[in-house]
Write a protein that binds this ligand. Structure first.
Ligand code: NAP
Length: 631
């Protein structure tokens, strides 16, 4: 439908459904100069910004008045024939940023935000075609979120590339994790590539099928599929210093030769299933959540689910009504905070605005991005002077504890027996924090659901014995026990100049300069590599776009006629020391958290990025030659 045909009533109805902060920002673009100043200087302003709060804490009467003002602007725009407004620039743009999130956006953030939002339509992260790229074949390992991103950028720059993917399709995590209830918990309008429209999501936190379809569409639209070898696993890669090439060994017995390798194998890719006595004797079906067996009918069955982190807490509400009984054996309680709109559909008015109202979708992305990026760092810092480190690590961390506790307890009101089981003892945000609209906690109060706060000791032919020795009968066992996050690159064998296997070189301390490169492993790049996972908020897609920009910068140096690029030992060591110094002073390294995939067996953190995204963005925009050995 032509937008000029919309009646005032239809427009008004659409505006009832939208995020007012994003709407006001869009209206700054659409309005006359007078209307623009009315919005930017007027009293109808969002009062605050918080993750997943789309109305900026505005009072109902202010929301109504803002919508009325916006209707004037939008009908005026319609009367002019719905022209595409020219992008705002300069100080007015910063005024809009401040309006949307009700705070000044620091000068250091502005360039990153502008790049991320691409309000002028320019994808400035896209590489220009690189002279000499044609002589630089690249192998990408994995066609998940990171591998597809690398492929898109390699194609734009003109490098010949092959993506090797062990699965039968693209999507990585979103291909493999088909368990009931699977959905993203970073707002969908932010959890997508910066260079692809984010206007199409049907839910604010999309479910797995929609996410998988998104990655399939990106792969198709960017011509990546023709480059992918599906159903093929990379066993390892060996560097040849004489020819400055990698031999990439595939499980079909063949070898690919490449000038550079980009590993995009993900962090949460290899399931972790504890090795328990009796596992072989269990008579019924047993499967890991990332290998969900859809042929098993759970209706009426006694199901025992072992583990309940981010995955298990999504599975339980999705199957509780179907199963006969559900026993959740959860070793450690999880901290979580309320997200009332977690399962909400994107209504028709919001869909209209996202698709048709100029810049609305971009500002809505910003509204999710800004309050959700870097904010968690403050509450994660350990204050050494704070006494009760067992329960919280600082005053602000303790405040978070109070807020989270109040909400969790309110959800199990009427079941005092559950309170001790669901309120964690360790400091908040120390393990990956979950967000709930109440469905997990309500599920635990069902008559056919039991939460057992325990570990597991063994399986029997007919059930699971917990670490207190109690047997729980099971027709089906579901392992929601997570992934081997600390085993980077496993089970691949990557052999560099030294002749050593990279995983042996690392031992229990995987590391890489900026999370991307390692000395003596020339022209080998990792996306979502050691020390790049985000525990402090933000989207891993944004972080991976940063890493990809860095890799493209390194490849461009190679394309100038060099044989190899790798980090200096000094840069590599300095980065590691800097990361470790930060990480040791975060809640994630708390000795009061017994089990945590953030830590290795020695209690050290190697999987997380302790820095602000805005810093990481600045450090990865382009390689610093001083950090590199170029041959
Ligand atoms: P996880 O957070 O590592 O949780 C694993 C669960 O299994 C925990 O309850 C853990 O207990 C338990 N467990 C592990 N080994 C055990 C053992 N030997 N005995 C008893 N219990 C054991 O794994 P996940 O839930 O699959 O989540 C992993 C990550 O995937 C998340 O942190 C997140 O990054 C991502 N994810 C995201 C979403 C989303 O965006 N919505 C959804 C799912 C997953 P302990 O806590 O005691 O270790």
């Amino acid at each position: 439908m032509d937008q000029t045909d919309l009646t005032d009533e239809q427009l008004a109805a659409h505006l009832e459904d939208v995020s007012v902060p994003a709407l006001l920002a869009s209206c700054v673009h659409l309005g006359t100069p007078e209307q623009r100043r009315t919005i930017l200087d007027g009293p109808l302003r969002p009062a605050g910004a918080m993750l997943n709060e789309y109305q900026g804490y505005m009072a109902p009467e202010d929301l109504a008045a803002a919508r009325a003002l916006a209707l004037e602007v939008v009908t005026g725009w319609r009367a002019r024939g719905c022209p595409t407004p020219s992008p705002l620039t300069g100080p007015e743009l910063e005024e809009v940023m401040a309006l949307v999130v009700a705070q000044e956006v620091g000068a250091e953030y502005v360039p990153m935000v502008l790049e991320e939002l691409a309000l002028d339509g320019a994808d400035t992260r896209a590489p220009e075609p690189v002279p000499g790229a044609a002589d630089l074949p690249v192998v990408v390992i994995g066609a998940g979120m990171s591998g597809l991103l690398a492929a898109v950028r390699l194609g734009e720059a003109g490098y010949p590339y092959v993506v090797v993917e062990k699965n039968a399709g693209v999507g990585g995590t979103w291909f493999e994790n088909t368990y009931p209830g699977a959905r993203v918990d970073v707002g969908s309008h932010f959890y997508c590539y910066s260079f692809e429209p984010s206007d199409h999501w049907t839910e604010y936190f999309a479910q797995q099928p929609e996410l998988l379809a998104y990655f399939e569409r990106v792969a198709t639209d960017h011509g990546v599929l023709d480059h992918v070898r599906f159903g093929t696993e990379v066993l390892g890669a060996t560097w040849d210093d004489a020819t400055s090439t990698w031999a990439v060994h595939l499980d079909d017995g063949s070898t690919l030769t490449a000038r550079a390798v980009i590993s995009a194998v993900g962090l949460l890719s290899r399931p972790h299933v504890p090795d328990l006595p009796g596992a072989e004797e269990f008579a019924g079906p047993a499967f890991h959540t990332a290998r969900w067996d859809h042929d098993v009918d759970l209706a009426g069955k006694d199901v025992v689910m072992i583990g309940a982190g981010a995955t298990g807490f999504q599975v339980a509400p999705a199957i509780a009504e179907t199963v006969g009984s559900l026993t959740v054996i959860q070793r450690t309680a999880q901290w979580m905070f309320p997200n009332p709109g977690y399962h909400d559909p994107v209504g028709p008015g919001a869909r209209w605005a996202l698709e048709h109202l100029p810049f609305y979708a971009r500002w809505f992305r910003f509204l999710i991005m800004f309050p959700g990026t870097d904010t968690g760092l403050v509450a994660a810092q350990v204050d050494p002077a704070w006494e009760d480190q067992e329960h919280s690590v600082s005053e602000i961390n303790d405040l978070v504890r109070t807020m989270f506790t109040e909400w969790i307890v309110s959800q199990v009101d009427g079941r005092p027996d559950l309170v001790d089981k669901v309120v964690p003892t360790y400091p908040p945000t120390g393990k990956r924090t979950l967000q709930d609209n109440g469905s997990w906690l309500r599920t635990l109060t069902r008559d056919n659901v039991e939460l057992v706060r325990s570990g597991v000791s063994r399986l029997t032919p007919s059930g699971v014995v917990d670490s207190d020795g109690v047997e729980h009968p099971a027709d089906v066992v579901i392992w929601a026990t997570g992934f081997r996050a600390n085993d980077y690159l496993a089970p691949m064998r990557v052999v560099g100049r030294s002749g050593a296997d990279l995983r042996d070189t690392w031992g229990t301390r995987p590391r890489a300069h900026l999370g991307v490169t390692v000395p003596d492993f020339p022209n080998f790049f990792m996306l979502y590599g050691p020390g790049t996972n985000l525990a402090s908020g933000g989207s891993i897609i944004l972080a991976t776009e940063c890493e990809t920009s860095y890799v493209m910068g390194c490849l461009a140096l190679l394309a100038e006629g060099r044989a190899s690029v790798e980090p200096t030992r000094a840069a590599y060591d300095a980065w590691y020391e800097k990361c470790q110094a930060e990480l040791r002073m975060t809640v994630w390294a708390s000795p009061h958290i017994e089990h945590n995939y953030y830590t290795n067996d020695d209690g050290e953190v190697h999987v997380l990025n302790p820095f602000r995204i805005v810093d990481y963005w600045a450090w990865t925009r382009r390689p610093d030659p001083a950090d590199l050995v170029l041959r």
